[in-house]
Design a protein around this ligand. Sequence first.
Ligand SMILES: [Zn+2]
Length: 224
Amino acid sequence: MTTPDPPWQDAFLAVLGLFLPVACAGCGRADRALCRGCRQTLAAEPGRVRLVAGVRLDAAFEYGGIVRTLLLELKLRGRVDLARPLGTRFGALVRAALAEAPSDAVLLRVPPSRQGARRRGFDPVVLLLARGGVRRPRSLHRARSRSLRRARSPGSGHGQKERSGVERVAATVGTLRAVGVTGRSVVVVDDVVTTGVTMAEAVRAVRAAGGRVVRCVAVASVED
Ligand SMILES: [Zn+2]
């Protein structure tokens, strides 16, 4: 999918590497942000299409292998130089979804967790979209009432994986809120979709606010 870099670019990066040593985030080779081999591996990774709350979700990649490694490097270690290789295919999917939607369609992203946003100091979804050539999205809001959520979910002391599907859904319903989407078509974006519970909550929130989700797009989706 990606065009090969001209040879001078490799030469330039080799020289640059003398002054600014960078390790490939995919294989650790002391060379550059993402070496040629890892970029080819990434380009060969398949995408995913699945349904979430009755809406088609396009994921640029299946979550796993090098995609998982690179996303974790970006999100947990601040390797923002990986936003372009990861964001290119993601951005293309978002642009395609918006092109098929009415011209006044709203681009909404699932907000990051409060802890994640504080820890990182940057927003991975916004950055990935920017590197993928997509305008800044608007954000769904986190609903305020936390005590209500806790009361609804008896298993809130457990990690998400230990909860049953029903408990997970019960703990998630009502956590997001959409504003200004009444009568509008909406494309919802997020970075990683695992169980799909959060994305389904985003779809519910848009519908509750009178909007219509025409497509969900993610960077990566777990095989379901
Ligand atoms: Zn590599």
